[in-house]
Design a binder for this molecule. Structure first.
Ligand SMILES: [Zn+2]
Length: 304
C-alpha cells in the first residue's frame, strides 16, 4: 500500500464478446493519479464510462456499466485483474460495448498488464478500511464485510447438481495469490442455462473455449484447471464487482451463494454506509477526507 499505480505503456488484445459474439479490440492505456479506472468507447467518439457503483447498469449474467449514453458489459474479470495487480488508474479503450471474454478467466488480462509493466505515480495510494460489519441478505444468499487488516475473501457455493454441490474457499488476496490461485479460474454455466440464454439471444459468443459447461453427467470441457475452479471463479467475480467502490478494500468479505446482482448491490450498500468505513493512506494509520474527485462523491467528510 504505497504509491498509486498505472501502466508503463499501452497494450492491446482482441477477442470476442460473450453475449454478442462480435470481435472486440481492447487497449489498456496509462492514466494520471486519482483518475481511477475509465472505459472509453472509441466507436462512440471516445465517450467515457467511469468504473464506479454509480454507473451500474443492467446485468445479464455479467456486470455492466452505463454513463453518458454509453455502456460497457462484462467488466468484472478485467476489473479483478486490474485491482489485484494494484492498478489504480487506467483507460480501457473498447471499440464495442463489451469487454472480450478471452478464455473466461482473468489470466489473459494478467498477462496483458504484466506485458505493459507497472509505473508508480508518486501519489499515495488510498484504501477503504472497514471499521464495522456490513451485511446484505437476500433469501438464502448472503454477503458481508468485516474488519480485517488486509483484503481477504471467504466464499461458499452450493448447487443442486450431482457434479457441483458444495465448495468453499478462503483466500488472502495479494498480487501473487490472485495470479496463481484465482485469475485462471473460468466462468461456468449449466448446459440447460446456456441453451436458455441462447434462446434469448444471449451468450452468443459462449463456447467451450471460454466457459466451463456442466452437463447432466460431466463437465463438457473434460478438464478443470482446479478441482474447486467454480468457487475460485466466484471469488474472481466478487473481486471485480467490489472494485466498483473505487478503492482497494481492507476487510474480510464473506459470501454465500452470491452472484453479480448481490455483489454489486453490496458494493452500493457499502458506499452508502459511511459510518462503517474510512479512507486511509496507510493501512490503519492515516485517515483522510474523501477527495471531491473520488467516486464516493464530494459530500462525505470523515473524522480526521
Ligand atoms: Zn465471472
Amino acid at each position: 500500500m504505497d504509491s498509486q499505480r498505472t501502466l508503463r505503456r499501452q497494450v492491446s488484445c482482441a477477442g470476442i464478446g460473450l453475449h454478442s459474439g462480435n470481435k472486440v479490440t481492447l487497449s489498456l492505456k496509462p492514466a494520471p493519479a486519482n483518475s481511477g479506472i475509465r472505459f472509453r468507447r472509441t466507436d462512440l467518439g471516445n465517450l467515457e464510462i467511469q468504473a464506479t457503483v454509480a454507473n451500474l447498469a443492467g446485468m445479464h449474467y455479467a456486470t455492466g456499466l452505463a454513463q453518458n449514453e454509453g455502456s460497457v458489459e462484462t467488466v468484472e474479470h478485467l476489473l479483478a485483474a486490474l485491482v489485484s495487480l494494484g492498478i489504480d488508474n487506467v483507460i480501457v479503450e473498447l471499440n464495442y460495448p463489451e469487454v472480450p471474454i478471452m478464455d473466461g478467466s482473468a489470466a489473459p488480462f494478467v498477462y496483458l498488464i504484466q506485458e505493459a509493466g507497472i509505473r508508480p505515480l508518486g501519489v499515495p495510494k488510498r484504501a477503504l478500511r472497514v471499521r464495522e460489519p456490513i451485511e446484505l441478505t437476500r433469501g438464502d444468499k448472503r454477503i458481508a464485510l468485516y474488519p480485517c487488516d488486509h483484503f481477504k475473501i471467504t466464499y461458499s457455493i452450493s448447487f443442486d447438481h450431482p457434479l457441483l454441490r458444495h465448495q468453499a474457499r478462503t483466500v488472502s488476496v495479494t498480487e501473487d495469490s490472485f495470479v496463481e490461485e484465482i485469475a485462471p479460474a473460468r466462468t461456468f454455466g449449466f448446459l440447460k442455462e446456456v441453451e436458455l440464454l441462447r434462446q434469448h439471444g444471449l451468450a452468443l459468443g459462449g463456447s467451450l473455449e471460454n466457459a466451463i459447461v456442466i452437463g447432466e453427467t460431466g463437465v463438457l470441457n473434460n478438464q478443470l484447471r482446479f478441482e474447486d475452479e467454480f468457487v475460485r471463479h466466484k471469488i474472481l467475480d466478487a473481486i471485480g464487482d467490489l472494485a466498483l467502490v473505487g478503492y482497494p478494500v481492507l476487510g474480510h468479505l464473506v459470501a454465500h451463494r452470491g452472484g453479480h446482482a448481490l455483489h454489486t448491490a453490496f458494493a452500493a450498500k457499502l458506499l452508502a454506509e459511511r459510518h462503517a468505513w474510512e479512507i486511509v493512506e496507510e493501512p490503519g494509520i492515516v485517515s483522510v477526507p474523501v477527495p471531491a474527485s473520488s467516486p464516493v462523491g464530494s459530500t462525505a467528510t470523515l473524522r480526521p
